[in-house]
Ligand binder design. Structure first.
Ligand code: GLV
Length: 327
């Protein structure tokens, strides 16, 4: 009998086709939760799950007694309780590597759009307000030759550093759990303690994974340390930022503006205070959202899950112990 696989949320058609050849595939939109009968019935029988957006904790796993593997179609895996998964011998995987450049493009685009006020000025032109010369009240700030501070120098952080250094002659500062000598060499990047980076950078770009240590990494105190004419960009997870503190910092002019691709609650509610401010530019978590990259991520996730279900070590295993203890 074919093993059963749940595809949840953003799993591209190409990957679904690949999985259907070997597995009994059950496709869900990604809106379902544990109150959904069809979903919990499928979970009860599932050998594997591939997808994006499910919160996998002890409660979820209690509904999935046969599960052998869970394959995230994302590089971030803060939705997975790795300890609980490992305890149950369930392998977990993610999709690193294939989204670096696409995500760096999006986050750098957000930085540029915020600095040069592109969305605001797009609206200004389209509603017919461009009637005479542009008033200097509409001017933005320079990006080139300024200081870019990157918090979280992983592979995506490095791709952002590359763009800033090579394309915009920016001076690169970074903060990370560990020093990255090769990044320091390639991009003349200077390591800084967090507080020092916040004080010095003209652009603070947050790219760290969400962990218990990085939850609300940016709070009142951190925004106060930033320069009044600095821009904050978040390409990590909403929960790395205390959003109330960010609203306050933006309202009180403690920082100039913010470019945000991620929010504590997603989709972010339309009446959220961050969306009412003039000095924010927002995008709906689009880091990796291009057809080509989403295909690559889904296919890599499918390979990961296939390996687990065939008893092989998947290329992007997050919890070694789960498979070791299984053998
Ligand atoms: C996107 O946010 C990802 O983690 O891949």
């Amino acid at each position: 009998m074919k093993q059963k696989v749940i595809a949840y949320g953003r799993v591209r058609e190409k990957a679904q086709e690949q999985l259907r050849e070997k597995y009994d595939l059950h496709v869900f939109s990604g809106e379902e939760d544990l109150n959904d009968k069809a979903f919990t019935e499928a979970l009860a029988e599932a050998d594997g799950i591939i997808g994006l957006g499910m919160q996998v904790d002890a409660d979820f796993l209690a509904h999935a007694p046969k599960l052998k593997g869970i394959s995230n179609v994302s590089v971030g895996y803060d939705n997975l309780d790795l300890e609980e998964l490992t305890k149950r011998g369930i392998a977990a995987t993610n999709t690193p590597g294939v989204l670096n450049d696409t995500t760096a493009d999006a986050i750098f685009g957000l930085l540029l759009a915020t600095a040069r006020r592109i969305p605001e000025l797009d609206r200004y032109v389209k509603v017919g307000n461009w009637k005479s010369g542009l008033s200097d009240s509409k001017f933005g700030i320079d990006v080139h030759h300024r200081k870019l501070g990157i918090i979280g120098m992983g592979r995506i952080g490095e791709a952002i550093a590359k763009r800033g250094y090579g394309g915009f002659d920016m001076e690169i500062l970074y903060h990370n759990r560990s020093r990255k000598p090769e990044v320091e060499e390639k991009y003349e990047a200077a390591y800084r303690e967090l507080d020092d980076l916040l004080q010095e950078a003209d652009y603070v770009c947050l790219m760290t994974p969400l962990t218990p240590d990085t939850r609300h990494l940016m709070g009142r105190e951190q925004f106060k340390r930033m320069k009044e004419d600095a821009i904050f960009v978040n390409g990590s997870r909403g929960e790395t930022v205390d959003e109330d503190a960010l609203v306050e910092a933006l309202q009180q002019g403690e920082i100039l503006a913010a470019g945000l691709d991620v929010f504590q609650e997603e989709p972010v509610p339309a009446d959220h205070p961050l969306l009412q401010l003039e000095n924010t530019v927002t995008t709906p978590h689009i880091g990796s959202a291009t057809d080509a990259t989403e295909d690559k991520m889904s296919l890599l996730a499918s390979q990961n899950l296939d390996a687990v279900l065939q008893g092989r070590r998947p290329p992007n295993l997050l919890n070694e112990a789960a498979m070791r203890d299984n053998k």
